[in-house]
Design a protein around this ligand. Structure first.
Ligand code: SME
Length: 173
């Protein structure tokens, strides 16, 4: 009996170690990197129904692949965006509808690409290191339920390629 218990524990530990090591960091163009990454993200989240757990892993994978300054989620709760799973420096916890890049993407229900955050009226500077930003809404039954926010330390670093693949990626959640 004890042997079976130890065997089960070892199997679970190995399972999680192998899972953690499975991420393949692709090289090449941004498009090639996303093409290698998307099936991995789909596989990662498909077996897990918990949204927060999947958001946490998606943030970790995007940070590991692209080294973004900040990448993570805000969730719609009681007519506000509330900070969810993320990777990067600490961030503001609540954003009102229509405020900042995140609140504007939520209000409009569309992806926003901001090549220079200082040129975006009402941009909320959680980190002075952030220079460009991209926000993608996550929909459920036609409603925005969260946004994915990506911040880069470089100007004009996030573009239509990021938008296209990140929108596709959110459909896995
Ligand atoms: N810059 C965002 C706020 C969130 S942080 O970047 C993590 C905005 O203007 O909505």
């Amino acid at each position: 009996m004890r042997f079976l218990y130890i065997f089960a524990v070892i199997t679970w530990v190995l399972f999680f170690v192998i899972m953690a090591e499975e991420l393949f960091i692709a090289r090449g163009t941004k498009e090639e990197q996303y093409q290698a990454l998307l099936p991995q993200i789909e596989a990662l989240v498909s077996g897990e129904p918990d949204l927060i757990a999947n958001m946490a892993n998606v943030s970790a994978v995007l940070k590991a692949q692209f080294g973004f300054l900040w990448v993570g989620f805000y969730l719609v709760k009681a007519e506000q965006l509330v900070l969810g799973p993320f990777q990067g420096p600490l961030a503001c916890t609540r954003i009102a509808k229509g405020k900042g890049v995140c609140g504007t993407a939520w209000e409009r229900g569309e992806t926003l690409i901001v090549s220079d955050v200082d040129a975006f009226p009402g941009h909320i500077a959680c980190s002075s290191l952030s220079k460009s930003e991209l926000v993608v809404p996550l929909f459920h039954e036609g409603e925005v339920i969260a946004v994915l926010d990506v911040d880069s330390e470089q100007l004009d670093d996030l573009d239509e390629v990021d938008a296209k693949y990140l929108e596709r990626m959110l459909k896995f959640l």
